[in-house]
Design a protein around this ligand. Structure first.
Ligand code: PLP
Length: 284
């Protein structure tokens, strides 16, 4: 494996030199949150939004991030320089730290790790023709925080592979919330419907919907699995995948089973935001 560097508790280290205690309560109990951002033209994209969400996730679990935004930005810059990715994702992981009894964490003793990876790229046909999902009844614990628990997703990789699906679509028996690794939206009569409760606030979803600029209307509320099957269009948003049209769920077509006009407009908005971030980098 290529030599890679990470940040751990204030230091930049080669990843195979990094040591985390066997008593770390993130490992023993899953007491941990993270955030994941991507680069555009080699520079962190939506950094402030991701740091704000990391701090909110941490606060929700009673954890504190042991570094300032400026220190984190510096550490990310160093890692991007050392790790030489074409484009990267940057993973910021915060755990409760060392716990002698495996049950209690000491405030101020958090473990804080930053890793980088190559940015994964979805095949172009997924954007051109749309993706499939599989529904699954599940409500994430602490859904508004980005905890490290993705157990339900990991247990269902085979179900997704059998269905040719790129993600699970969670519902709680009634309301649809989000996908296992992405925000989820439907379009009905030209209007985007966004779930308003029990979801992680998605950075890409917020980016593309906030400045709708009259191009399309957005309303926040709740909708059911049946509503999804009756929608004209559906799409996912996430850091690593951007905006992905969803054309089939549980083997049933959404709308006419093709990528719709509102989804295309949302995809264009995301592409424009990425292009303007890339232009800002090359101008600086
Ligand atoms: C559960 C969940 N919801 C939503 C999202 C989308 O968030 P973002 O757009 O910030 O990547 C993600 C991905 O990070 C996620 O894991």
């Amino acid at each position: 494996m290529q030599r890679r560097f990470c940040y751990l508790n204030g230091e930049i280290l080669e990843t195979d030199q990094a040591r985390i205690s066997p008593y770390d309560i993130g490992l023993l109990r899953g007491y941990a949150v993270f955030d994941l951002l991507r680069t555009v033209a080699g520079r962190p994209f939506l950094l402030a939004e991701h740091l704000k969400r990391l701090r909110a996730s941490a606060a929700e679990l009673g954890l504190a991030v042991p570094a300032s935004d400026a220190e984190i930005a510096d550490a990310i810059d160093r890692l991007l320089e050392l790790n030489e990715h074409a484009e990267a994702t940057v993973r910021l992981v915060l755990t409760g730290g060392v716990s002698a009894d495996g049950m209690h964490a000491t405030p101020g003793e958090e473990t804080f790790l930053i890793l980088t990876h190559d940015l994964p790229v979805l095949p172009a046909p997924t954007y051109e023709r749309g993706a499939r999902l599989v529904t699954h009844e599940h409500l994430r614990e602490c859904p508004t925080a980005k905890t490290t628990n993705y157990l339900t997703l990991l247990k269902h990789h085979d179900v997704m592979a059998d269905a040719g699906a790129i993600d699970l679509l969670y519902h709680d028996g009634e309301r649809v919330t989000e996908a296992a690794t992405a925000s989820f939206f439907v379009v009905r009569d030209g209007r985007v419907l966004a779930p308003e409760a029990d979801v992680l606030p998605g950075t890409v979803g917020q980016l593309v919907l906030e400045a709708a600029g009259g191009e399309f209307e957005v309303s926040y509320g709740s909708f059911t699995v049946d509503d999804v099957f009756g929608a004209d269009e559906a799409f996912l948003t996430s850091t690593t995948r951007g905006v992905v049209p969803v054309v089939e769920i549980d083997g049933r077509a959404i709308g006419d089973g093709r990528v719709g006009p509102v989804t295309r407009a949302v995809m264009e908005r995301f592409d424009a935001a990425v292009a303007s971030a890339a232009a800002a980098t090359s101008a600086s």
